[in-house]
Every structure is written in structure tokens, then in C-alpha cells.
Design a protein around this ligand. Structure first.
Ligand SMILES: Cc1cc2nc3c(=O)[nH]c(=O)nc-3n(C[C@H](O)[C@H](O)[C@H](O)COP(=O)(O)OP(=O)(O)OC[C@H]3O[C@@H](n4cnc5c(N)ncnc54)[C@H](O)[C@@H]3O)c2cc1C
Length: 386
């Protein structure tokens, strides 16, 4: 069995490693010349980290990650703690794997180092899929044929254009700014090593600390979400000067301090892919954001890509490509839809208006019960479901 993977993001690299580990020949084709996304981080929960540990990269990733001390929900204006859940060693003990905050570049480079350079083709963009899904066309004019082509090429997937041509992501009506701030610039921040959500009308702030024993770095990664604008065409765009701070005027001093500590980033549209009924066509199949891009409010997009990757690797390693591609969506569709729906719901809860008194009461109860109610997300062991 030979597999071509389009995209060496988190999902593509995990699939490459998992196929390698199972003795399947695999080549990764990545459009970017190098794996580098500085300034962006990702949080991996136990359902993702457990699979990376099984793939042998746990120790290396652990050294460049932090484990948030707690998961805290706060009122964005008063700063009052609405609810808190244990992080760190208590979380790891409960779910059998850690919660990691990690720079995206460290994660991708850690996975790429373990995969090795021989079959990782950087600077190779894929322009199309042909031949019943077996052949990819590269942007240098060459073609490559394999038994299976996997589209791990993200939310604007080229492979998805072959598998299900009329589909594509939709704008959620929400947009975001992000930043990395040195902890020393955040004297007002309570619990700086926790992962925290600050909730308020039409907006929220999420942040967590980065670092790790091998990383000379003590930054906090933040992600500030605003409802609106109603319409959005295209990708990120610069926002008017002071737009972010104006949207959070009157919020808790720690929030204002964090958002004002760095230059304002571009504003990002938050996209999600409506559920696809078709995950493969011929021998081409989709994985991760290409298939089910979701809102980030549950911190699960990358984790679900990792889960997809190890499930697909197990199925392909059994040797029957057609059987694998038939079974894969049956194992993954329900779960990814449920997680995506839950991310939408979390977004709604984080943005409730002040006059929705009953809604706010229900929200607080949901946040108090967040971890027990979401055991099904964190406890999941994807490799044991195949
Ligand atoms: C602001 C923000 C914060 C987030 N935070 C979290 C979080 O904390 N936890 C979490 O689990 N998820 C998070 N997510 C979601 C997560 O980033 C994605 O779900 C995850 O990166 C998806 O992985 P992927 O491998 O499917 O796609 P990607 O990571 O997007 O990788 C796709 C790769 O394919 C390459 N590519 C694209 N087109 C081509 C082509 N034509 N030819 C060759 N290569 C191509 C790209 O260059 C890229 O390297 C967040 C998302 C956002 C926007």
C-alpha cells in the first residue's frame, strides 16, 4: 500500500507518523517551504496527546509544552471565577494523558523530526486530484500516483474540491484576534498559568501559558473573539487601529492589559465546515479541517485531526484500501459532528448578553459541570475504536 498525503499540518504529520509506524509507505506533500507558524499556539487535550504519546513523541513534546494548572471560567468584566476544573497532574491522572499548551511550530517540528525528511516533500503544492482519486498533480507540473490520496490540506482543501465539489466552509459570524504576551507584562493577571475563558456579551477572551523545560519562553497565548461582522469575504485582514481594545472597553483590567500589551494582530474570520455526507471519492479521502473544520471554542480541531489520523492509519494498515475508506467515516462522522456542535454551543454560552438572566444562570451551571459533562471528549481513545 502506498499513500500520498496532501498537507503536513498537524493531521497530515500525525497520519504520516502513524502509517510509518504500521509499515505503510507514505509521502507527505506540503505547500509551504518550511514548517513554521510562529506566533500561534495550540492546546492539546488528553484525547490528542494520548495518541501522540503512543506514536513515541510524547517526551519530546512534553519538554516544549506547559500543562495548565486549572481550567477557569470568569466573568469578563468583574473577573469573578464562575467555575474551575483541575489541570496539571490531576487532569493527567483523571484522563490518562496530559493537557498541553504548545507553540504550533514546536508541535509541527516535533512531529516532522520523528517522521524524518526522506518522505516529507516541502514546497510541493498540490493543484488537483485525478484518476479516481489515486493521482495528485503538483504545482511543478509532475504527477504522483498512489493507492490512496489523503486530503489533510486544511479548511480550504483542494482535495475536498475533488471529493465533494460543491462544499466549503462558511463564516460563523464571529472573528478573532490573537497574540503572544510575555508574562512579566501581565501583572494584573490572576492565575497566569491556568487556561482561562473570560466571558461577556458578544465577546470572550481565552488564554493559556506557553513554555516548557526546553523552551526559554514565558509567554501567554491569547485568542480574543468578537461577534460580527455579519458578513466576511476572504481571509485575515488588518483591523482599524484600536479596534480590539475598543471592543473590550470596560472589561476587567487584566483583560485590557493583555490585549493592549502587544501590537494588534490582523482580524481572523472564524470558519466552520458544514457536515459532509461524503468523506471520500474513489481512493481520495479527507481528514481534519479539510473534512470538518470547527469553531475553536472547544479546543478540539487539532485533536480531532489527530484522532482521524490514527483511526485512518489503523484501517489502511489492514491492507484493504476500499474497506478502510468505507469504514473510516462510519467511525469518525458521529464523533466529529458532536464535537463541532459542542464548540458552537460553547461559543453561544461565552457570548450571552447581560439581560439574559436565565441564560446566564444556565451558563454558569454548564461551566461548573464542564469537565464531567465533557468526559466523552477527553476520555476518548481513538486507536481502540477501530
Ligand atoms: C485561532 C485558532 C486557534 C485554535 N486553537 C486550537 C486549539 O487550541 N486546539 C485544537 O485542537 N485546535 C485548535 N484550532 C484548530 C486547529 O488549528 C485545526 O483544527 C488544525 O490545525 C487542523 O489540522 P489539519 O492538519 O487538518 O489542517 P492544518 O493544520 O490547517 O494543515 C493543513 C496543511 O496543509 C497545507 N496545504 C494546504 N493546501 C495545500 C495544497 N494545496 N498542497 C499542499 N499542502 C497544502 C497547509 O500549508 C498546512 O500545512 C485552532 C484554530 C484557530 C484558527
Amino acid at each position: 500500500m502506498r499513500v500520498s498525503v496532501v498537507g503536513a499540518g498537524i493531521g497530515g504529520l500525525t497520519l504520516g507518523l502513524a502509517l510509518h509506524a504500521r509499515g505503510v509507505e507514505v509521502d507527505l506533500y506540503e505547500r509551504a517551504d518550511e514548517l513554521r507558524e510562529v506566533g500561534a499556539a495550540v492546546a492539546l487535550s488528553a484525547n490528542g496527546s494520548r495518541e501522540l504519546i503512543r506514536l513515541g513523541v510524547g517526551e519530546a513534546l512534553d519538554r516544549v509544552s506547559t500543562m495548565p494548572t486549572e481550567l477557569i471560567y470568569r466573568d469578563g468584566r468583574s473577573g469573578e471565577r464562575i467555575a474551575a476544573h483541575p489541570g496539571g497532574a490531576a487532569y493527567r491522572e483523571r484522563f490518562g494523558a496530559p493537557y498541553w499548551g504548545i507553540h504550533r511550530v514546536d508541535l509541527q517540528q516535533g512531529l516532522a523530526r520523528a517522521f524524518g525528511p526522506e518522505h516529507l516533500h516541502l514546497g510541493h503544492g498540490v493543484t488537483g486530484v485525478h484518476d479516481d482519486g489515486r493521482t495528485i498533480a503538483l504545482d511543478d507540473g509532475r504527477t504522483v500516483t498512489a493507492d490512496v490520496v489523503v486530503g489533510a490540506d486544511g479548511v480550504h482543501s483542494v482535495v475536498r474540491g475533488y471529493v465533494t465539489p460543491d462544499s466549503g466552509p462558511t463564516y460563523s459570524g464571529t472573528s478573532a484576534f490573537r497574540g503572544l504576551v510575555p508574562r512579566r507584562d501581565l501583572p494584573s493577571l490572576p492565575d497566569p498559568l491556568a487556561i482561562q475563558f473570560w466571558a461577556g456579551p458578544d465577546a470572550h477572551l481565552l488564554h493559556y501559558a506557553l513554555g516548557g523545560v526546553e523552551r526559554d519562553d514565558d509567554t501567554v497565548n491569547f485568542f480574543a473573539v468578537l461577534c460580527g461582522p455579519e458578513q466576511w469575504d476572504g481571509g485575515n485582514r488588518p483591523a482599524a487601529d484600536g479596534e480590539l481594545l475598543a471592543a473590550f472597553a470596560g472589561w476587567h483590567p487584566a483583560v485590557v492589559e493583555m490585549l493592549g500589551a502587544v501590537e494588534q494582530s490582523p482580524r481572523w474570520p472564524l470558519l466552520s465546515q458544514p457536515p459532509l455526507t461524503r468523506w471520500s471519492r474513489g481512493r481520495a479521502v479527507l481528514l481534519g479541517d479539510a473534512c470538518h473544520a470547527m469553531l475553536p471554542h472547544h479546543g478540539q480541531g487539532a485533536n480531532q485531526s489527530i484522532e482521524d489520523a490514527v483511526v485512518l492509519a489503523d484501517l489502511l494498515a489492514a491492507g484493504d484500501a476500499d474497506a478502510a475508506l468505507a469504514r473510516y467515516p462510519r467511525l469518525r462522522r458521529g464523533r466529529t459532528r458532536a464535537v463541532a456542535a459542542s464548540a458552537w454551543e460553547t461559543g453561544t454560552l461565552l457570548h450571552l448578553p447581560d439581560d439574559d438572566v436565565d441564560g446566564l444562570k444556565a451558563r454558569d451551571a454548564r461551566f461548573e459541570n464542564y469537565l464531567p459533562a465533557n468526559d466523552w471528549v477527553h476520555d476518548h481513545s481513538a486507536t481502540t475504536t477501530t
